[in-house]
Design a protein around this ligand. Structure first.
Ligand SMILES: NC(=O)C1=CN([C@@H]2O[C@H](COP(=O)(O)OP(=O)(O)OC[C@H]3O[C@@H](n4cnc5c(N)ncnc54)[C@H](O)[C@@H]3O)[C@@H](O)[C@H]2O)C=CC1
Ligand SMILES: O=C(CO)COP(=O)(O)O
Length: 393
C-alpha cells in the first residue's frame, strides 16, 4: 500500500508532524509512514544507485522503509542465479564486481513483486528496455507513486521525441523526475566524491510536506557524503544533457582512437555542447540554458563521459579495431550498454523527420559513422559541410 493510502487510512489517529534531520542535514517534517523505495535495474549504475539509496534508508528509518527492493533481470553467473549471489554475497559480481552492497538491499527477480507497496520507484535500466518494463508495470502501480529516472536517452515514436521521464508519466500516470550528473558508476560505487543533479517538479496533486515526495525528501534519499546532490526543477535540461553527451562521447572516442589527441577531443566537446544546448532550445524550450553550464548534469557530465565513460571507450575501440559499434560494445562491456549507440539513432530519426539533420552536424556525423560506415576521418569535414548547408538555408 502506498504511503499516501496508508496516510489517509490512519489520519484519524495522527497527532501532527514532528521535525527531523536527515543524514544529508536537511530539516524535514516526518512522514507518518516511511516511504518505501524500489530500484528497477541492477546494472553498473542501477546497482550503484541502489547502494546509495539503501545506505540512506538505513540511516533515516524515520523517513524510509529500511529494506530497498532492487529488481534484477535474472541471469545465471557460473551456474548460479544472480539474485541469489547478490542476496547472499552482497555483491553484484557481474555488473559491479568488488563492491560490497548493504545488507538491506534486496535483489528481486520478480518485477511486479519488487514494486508492491512502493511509494518511490527509481528507474535505472538501459533505456532500450524501458518500453517492455513499463508495459509489464501497467495496472500494478498507482499513479500516486512518484518516480525518478536515472536513464539516459529518449523515446522517439508517434509522440515525437520524448523525455524518458515524460514517457514514464504518460504510460504509468506517475510524476517522474530525473537524476543525472558527472557520475561514472565505478567511481561513485567506490565512494569517491562526486556531484549529481536531481530534477523534480511538484505535481498538481502534491499532497504536502512529509506526505509526498519533494525536493528535501529527494535530497535525503540520494545525498551521501561522497555523492553531493543539488535538486532543481529543470527535468528537461537535466535529461537532454544526460542523453546527448553519450553521442558526443562516441565522437570523442573516434578522434582519440584515430590518435588525434586532446585538441581534437576538446573540439568535439565544444561542438557537442553547442548542439546539446541548441537541441534543448529548439525541441524543449522549457529547458534552461544555465542547467548545461551550472549543473553537474550539464558540462561536467560531458567532460567525465568523454574522459572515461563507456561510450568514449567504445568509440575509441571502433577506431582502433575497425569493428562496428555493437561488436565493440559486446567485446568491451561484458553485458553493459553504451547508450550513445541507440541515442544517436533516435536523434537521427527525430531530426530527419523534422528535416533538421544539417543543423546538428556532429550528432548526424556520429550517426553516419556508426550506422552507415562513413569513415571517421571525415568527421571534421562533415561537421563543417553540414553546418554550412544549414547556414545557407
Ligand atoms: N554506468 C554508468 O556509469 C552510468 C549509467 N547511467 C545510465 O543509467 C542507465 C542504466 O545503466 P547501467 O545500470 O549502467 O546498465 P548497464 O549498462 O550495466 O546494463 C546492464 C543491465 O541491463 C540489464 N539487462 C540486460 N538485458 C535486459 C533485458 N532484456 N531487460 C531488462 N534489463 C536487461 C542487465 O540485467 C543489467 O542490469 C543507462 O541509461 C545509463 O546511460 C547513468 C550514469 C552513470
Ligand atoms: O552517464 C555516465 C556518467 O555520468 C556514464 O557514461 P557511460 O555510459 O559512457 O559510461
Amino acid at each position: 500500500m502506498a504511503a499516501v493510502d496508508r496516510l489517509h487510512q490512519t489520519s484519524s489517529h495522527l497527532t501532527g508532524s514532528a521535525l527531523s534531520r536527515s543524514s544529508s542535514g536537511t530539516a524535514l517534517k516526518l512522514s507518518v509512514h516511511p516511504f518505501k523505495v524500489t530500484v528497477i535495474g541492477s546494472g553498473n549504475w542501477g546497482t550503484t544507485i541502489a547502494k546509495v539509496i539503501a545506505e540512506n534508508t538505513c540511516l533515516n528509518p524515520q523517513l524510509f522503509v529500511k529494506d530497498v527492493q532492487m529488481w534484477v533481470f535474472e541471469e545465471k553467473v557460473d551456474g548460479k542465479k544472480l539474485t541469489e549471489i547478490i542476496n547472499t554475497k552482497h555483491e553484484n559480481v557481474k555488473y559491479l564486481p568488488g563492491i560490497t552492497l548493504p545488507g538491506n538491499l534486496v535483489a528481486n527477480p520478480d518485477l511486479i513483486d519488487s514494486v508492491r507497496g512502493a511509494d518511490i520507484i527509481v528507474f535505472n535500466i538501459p533505456h532500450q528496455f524501458l518500453p517492455r518494463i513499463v508495459k509489464q508495470l501497467k495496472g500494478h502501480v498507482q499513479p500516486s507513486v512518484r518516480a525518478i529516472s536515472c536513464l539516459k536517452g529518449f523515446e522517439v515514436g508517434p509522440n515525437g521525441v520524448q523525455l524518458l521521464s515524460a514517457y514514464i508519466t504518460q504510460e504509468l500516470g506517475m510524476e517522474c523526475g530525473a537524476l543525472s550528473g558527472a557520475n561514472l558508476a565505478p567511481e561513485v560505487a567506490k565512494e569517491n566524491w562526486s556531484e549529481t543533479t536531481v530534477a523534480y517538479q511538484l505535481p498538481s496533486d502534491f499532497r504536502g510536506e512529509g506526505k509526498d515526495v519533494d525536493h528535501k525528501l529527494l535530497k535525503a534519499l540520494f545525498h551521501r557524503p561522497y555523492f553531493h546532490v543539488n535538486v532543481i526543477e529543470d527535468v528537461a535540461g537535466v535529461s537532454i544533457a544526460g542523453a546527448l553527451k553519450n553521442v558526443v562521447a562516441l565522437g570523442c572516442g573516434f578522434v582519440e582512437g584515430l590518435g588525434w589527441g586532446n585538441n581534437a577531443a576538446a573540439a568535439i566537446q565544444r561542438v557537442g555542447l553547442g548542439e546539446i544546448i541548441k537541441f534543448g532550445q529548439v525541441f524543449f524550450p522549457e529547458s534552461k540554458v544555465e542547467t548545461y553550464y551550472k549543473e553537474s548534469a550539464g558540462v561536467a557530465d560531458l567532460i567525465t563521459t568523454c574522459s572515461g565513460g563507456r561510450n568514449v571507450r567504445v568509440g575509441k575501440y571502433m577506431a582502433t579495431s575497425g569493428k562496428n559499434a555493437l561488436d565493440s560494445e559486446k567485446e568491451l562491456l561484458n553485458g553493459q550498454s553504451a547508450q550513445g549507440i541507440i541515442t544517436c539513432k533516435e536523434v537521427h530519426e527525430w531530426l530527419s523527420s523534422c528535416k533538421k539533420t544539417n543543423e546538428f552536424p556532429l550528432f548526424e556525423a556520429v550517426y553516419q559513422i556508426v550506422y552507415n560506415g562513413v569513415p571517421m576521418v571525415r568527421l571534421p569535414d562533415m561537421i563543417e559541410e553540414l553546418g554550412c548547408i544549414a547556414e545557407e538555408k
